[in-house]
Design a protein. Structure first.
Lengths: 335, 335
DNA sequence: TTGAAAGCGCTAACAA
DNA sequence: TTGTTAGCGCTTTCAA
């Protein structure tokens, strides 16, 4: 049967089927201008030899048939449905998916994007890249690019993001309705919430500040690293401080989980301190967790990003900036 | 500044620095036999032009400097530390990491592995691939391969797996100690627990059956799909049946979470039905969840897999089969 | 120490 | 409709 390695080349197939390499190439690509007779002979030889085209060689010629996905922090469960959706869409095309992971979003995603272009991928979906916009524009000049999760305005690349303004509005309305006044916001570092970054955290923070301002309340922002452990430590500090908040809006579920653990650690319950998250990862609905959270519809975000990239590769040139609707899932003590 | 696209070629660098392409190639690769003077001139030109070698072209020549990781179900949080560790190790080498994701483990991983070899990667780490051993052997004949998470015996590839026999022993001892006698096992489909597959689920099931047999107890095995929702449904059935078990050993945490939700759904608590999982994903320790689980040390598994692959690429030929120790983390109602 | 030349496997003109 | 030819950007003998 077929050997996994690509030892069998197009020339081998050509020799066996008695045609030219170019002809084989045409058959393989389903290109125009091949007789049915030739198709059959060539396909028979391909089958017989177990031929598989070398993507590496194709990539060098310019058309790599591979779509690259840049992805930091694979650990974030929110990205799983996003990637699944991307793959579903791409599966129906002639492209394949390769993921260039980066360990930390900050300053590493850039390297992953470079790796991808070094591989001559046909186009790239970058998931929440923490990268300077100018650099991304420059990158997009040479490579079809879709940014997922950052609401940047650019005519060099397409953008798909969740409706953070609306999501945050829903969260704050929900908490106000339940009578909360001392509401703290737990988010990431200043760098991550830089308004110019277009990051979701920036928009959530902005929405929180606006809502508190409109309500005439004092905003209280705590900052933590991305990990649950870091959020836990910050959360303990926050809850031990004076004027303990009655509710905490965490900028994502990982932070919310850390916060929940801090609540528990101090012998409090979510009746004392309500916690709301963002992302609605699968375990938010777990009994015993029951975290109120905003579902970002990652599946739809991934699908749209893939569709946009494919249409770019198909020739579209006008940029698209798309916002996906979100929905608060109320649970547990704040339901 | 540097353009992300690889428009600048080695020839351009050669022209600017006034040397031959071959010379530039040597400098770039740090190959033997280049004068200090030449190094400097070439490096200056590289800097000036923002040159980046094309991986695609390199790959075609045979030496791709890329390590491929085959990964099904990115959603499984157990894999995050595994991949992180792989990346950490690879970062210190001249290689890069590319991930070929597959949506469903069954029969899709094969395609991902083929994609990887079509890309001419230098070597591959396959994470828990549900693939026929003969096929893997064939594959490994053409490509350095490390299997992570399946305990297969082969001299064609290297193997790293967790010590499931010991992990299961710890789980069962723990439950027996707490007086449980009616202990059910929740696992995946028959296909996945096929003993010949070397899958972790097969070994956990075997360990469970052995332990029950030795204790003179009746084994009760329930089967479910991989997702939490499916485990929930099966769990509800199991708990509604006659002779409700007092404890359930779930073959991994996703199944355990479904089981926990089933317990809750039926108005029971983990005092009525104890649940133990396997993988010790981060949220197992979450207050309100407090799932007793076996920590598989994914970080160590990933690190060893990467080290083994690098040493293969460095010329090692004798196969290695390595087992990583595991540890039960007792929590909550079974602690 | 350096360079010339051949070719990896494929695609895309162009010619037949 | 088919085949010939010329590279893509790089590495690697082999001579100089």
């Amino acid at each position: 049967m077929s050997t996994p390695s690509s030892r069998v080349t197009l020339r081998d197939v050509a020799r066996v089927s008695g045609v030219s390499p170019a002809a084989v190439s045409k058959v393989v690509r389903g290109a125009y201008g091949v007789s049915e007779q030739m198709r059959q002979r060539v396909n028979a030889a391909i089958e017989e030899l177990g031929y598989r085209p070398s993507i590496a060689a194709r990539a060098m010629r310019g058309s790599s048939s591979t779509i690259g996905v840049e992805l930091a922090s694979l650990g974030n469960p929110f990205f799983a449905p996003v990637l699944d959706a991307v793959m579903s869409v791409v599966d129906d095309s002639r492209y394949q998916v390769m993921v260039a992971p980066s360990q930390s979003p900050e300053r590493e995603g850039q390297r992953s994007l470079e790796t991808l272009s070094d591989h001559n991928v046909a186009g790239v979906i970058a998931v929440s890249p923490v990268i300077d916009q100018a650099w991304l524009e420059e990158y997009a000049r040479a490579m079809p690019l879709v940014i997922l999760g950052r609401d940047l305005a650019s005519d060099a690349f397409d953008v798909v993001s969740g409706d953070d303004a609306d999501g945050t509005r829903q969260v704050m309305a929900h908490l106000f309705e339940r009578g909360h006044r001392r509401i703290a916001h737990l988010t990431r570092s200043e760098q991550v919430t830089d308004p110019a970054s277009g990051s979701p955290h920036a928009r959530r923070l902005a929405g929180y500040l606006r809502a508190m301002d409109v309500a005439g309340l004092e905003a209280r922002v705590s900052r933590s690293g991305p990990r649950e452990e870091e959020a836990f430590a910050v959360g303990v500090d926050l809850l031990r401080g004076r004027e303990r908040p009655t509710a905490v809006f965490a900028a994502n579920d990982a932070l919310a989980f850390g916060m929940l653990r801090a609540v528990d650690h101090l012998g409090l319950t979510t009746r004392d301190v309500a916690v709301v998250g963002y992302d609605d990862v699968p375990l938010a609905r777990q009994p015993g967790v029951s975290l109120t959270s905003v579902n970002q519809n990652g599946e739809q975000m991934g699908r749209r990003a893939a569709e946009l990239l494919l249409s770019r590769l198909d020739g579209r040139t006008d940029p698209v900036r798309e916002v996906v609707p979100v929905r608060l899932e109320a649970r547990g003590s704040t339901a």
